[in-house]
Design a protein around this ligand. Structure first.
Ligand code: NAD
Ligand code: UGA
Length: 464
């Protein structure tokens, strides 16, 4: 059992703190946001993350998980002085694409000023290579009297929407430090998770995080580029991804073509890595292309809408899905939000619906009618854009949707639906990279839908 302080109670900090508490440690989470801490003390979650509320409640009730706005309480409790301080504050994109480290700096300064005993500072925020050394400098300069400390980099790889499961079942734990014994002390915390633990130096650990996110973003942009070529040539990118994914060297994961990546991580992390490379005089051509392709995917949906509707001015557009991915209420750099703005700029009237991200959306989108459900959103619309593949949308009553719409124009930004079914229902349907969705005369099944290989081999269409 360790005494752990977690600084920053957002998607990563709250999941990290709660998970460590669930593993039997005493955890106290600190945030500067007083409302957030007051709510958490009453059991009100600041974010939507499946399973989190129940896990927080269980550990609070067991007395292992506490919330405070006071660094002193979190770090220097005489009964339970913190052994380790996990830093999980945001590192948003700065004006030139760099990671903005103001929150990390503030934490380092405050910890240095307040902590009164030896401690390990563990950085979980995604930070540019070299930040661990920089944090160590800040702490040693800001300490009122010398107190021994070490810095360990421990990047986090959880995904929103499956954060608890990802935290508890990691593919690997990465620890970077110049102080091997500090890294090993942190490693002890993770032993119950039975994952491979890699101990390396600080800068390498920091780079592993960026390289991992950049690689995943590259996979997405790669398949989106293939989708665009598929579209021109009449092939179905969904089937292509399944076929590619059988090759163990390639793998099926992160080959879902569509609107591209959004969220609080891939966009800012690819951009920050590009910035780091540029500062060093390198030319990160592939990363530049990854970002360009990703931006183009969003625009391609607007172009499809113009192709189907003509001038968008005065047209009624429904956007289904505002969270950047399903199972989260996070709308940071969300394609759905971006598209709502793009359509508004074209003079369209936009209605929108998301199962959980409506309160966050209401704070950022003006003059968009936020609807109670999908059917209200599509009512009277010329065109529907599916921007997030929520389960709720998988089972939507498409017959009802079509009846409610003024025109049956449907752009599926996540390739959620089967083009043949949509055609049979009478929609003018456009996925991304699905060919044209035109039927052929082989028993009614459209060409873009047939895949005898995956059909005959007894596997399902996801290749599993
Ligand atoms: P977030 O914005 O959800 O939460 C950050 C929290 O830090 C906020 O509650 C904020 O009030 C608090 N904070 C800011 N300054 C503070 C200070 N000086 N002292 C105490 N609290 C302070 O951020 P997030 O999405 O959890 O991301 C945190 C970091 O983890 C980022 O670097 C991100 O790149 C990385 N990361 C995020 C994810 C993810 O899925 N969101 C996954 C892996 C890594
Ligand atoms: C991502 C990484 O997957 C995590 O490992 C990492 O910890 C996290 O970033 C981070 O550093 O913050 P997250 O952004 O929560 O996690 O969600 P993902 O599931 O990776 O999806 C990111 C975006 O890519 C979403 O907009 C999603 O719709 C899109 N995506 C994902 C695709 O367009 N195609 C795919 O095949 C997969």
């Amino acid at each position: 059992m360790k005494n752990i302080a977690v600084i920053g109670v957002g998607y990563v900090g709250l999941v990290t703190g709660t998970s460590f508490a669930d593993m039997g440690n005493r955890v106290i989470c600190v945030d500067v946001n007083e409302e957030r801490i007051a709510n958490l003390r009453q059991g009100i979650m600041p974010i939507y993350e499946p399973g989190l509320e129940e896990m927080v409640r269980r550990n609070v009730n067991a007395g292992r998980l506490l919330f405070t706005t006071s660094y002193a309480d979190a770090l220097n409790d005489p009964q339970a002085p913190a052994d380790m301080v996990f830093v999980a504050v945001g590192t948003p994109e700065g004006v030139d694409g760099e990671a903005d480290l103001r929150y990390v700096r503030s934490v380092a300064e405050t910890v240095a000023e307040i902590v009164d005993h030896p401690v390990i500072v563990v950085n979980k925020s995604t930070v540019p290579v070299g930040t661990g050394d920089w944090v160590a400098d800040i702490v040693s300069h800001k300490q009122p009297r010398p107190v021994p400390f070490s810095v360990v980099s421990n990047p986090e790889f959880l995904r929103e929407g499956s954060a608890i499961s990802d935290f508890m079942n990691p593919d690997r734990i990465i620890l970077g430090s110049l102080d091997r014994s500090a890294a090993e002390a942190v490693a002890q915390l993770y032993i119950p998770l039975r994952a491979p633990i890699m101990v390396t130096d600080l800068r390498t650990a920091e780079m592993i995080k960026y390289a991992s996110n950049a690689f995943l973003a590259t996979k997405i942009s790669f398949i989106n580029e293939i989708a665009n070529i598929c579209e021109a040539l009449g092939a179905d990118v969904k089937e292509v991804a399944i076929g590619m994914g059988y090759d163990k060297r390639i793998g099926r994961a992160f080959l879902d073509a569509g609107l591209g990546y959004g969220g609080s991580c891939f966009p800012k992390d690819v951009s920050a890595l590009t910035h780091m490379a540029n500062v060093q005089g390198k030319h990160p051509q592939m990363l530049e292309a990854v970002m360009q392709i990703n931006a183009d995917q969003r625009r391609s949906v607007l172009l499809k809408a113009r192709e189907l509707c003509g001038d968008l001015s005065g047209k009624n557009v429904a956007i289904l899905g505002l969270a950047f991915k399903p199972n989260t209420d996070d709308i940071r750099d969300s394609p759905g939000i971006d598209l709502a703005r793009m359509f508004q700029e074209q003079g369209a009237n936009v209605k929108a619906y998301d199962p959980v991200a409506m309160p966050n959306t209401a704070r950022v989108l003006k003059d968009v009618k936020l609807c109670a459900d999908s059917y209200e959103a599509v009512d009277g619309c010329d065109v529907v854009i599916l921007a997030t593949e929520w389960n709720e949308f998988k089972n939507i009553d498409l017959v009802r949707v079509k009846k409610l719409m003024k025109l049956p124009l449907f752009i599926d930004g996540r390739n959620l639906y089967d083009p043949a079914t949509m055609y049979d229902l009478g929609f003018v349907y456009r996925g991304l990279g699905r060919g044209y969705g035109k039927p052929v005369t082989n028993g009614g099944a459209p060409q873009t839908w047939q895949s005898w290989g995956s059909w005959n081999s007894g596997v399902n269409r996801e290749g599993k």
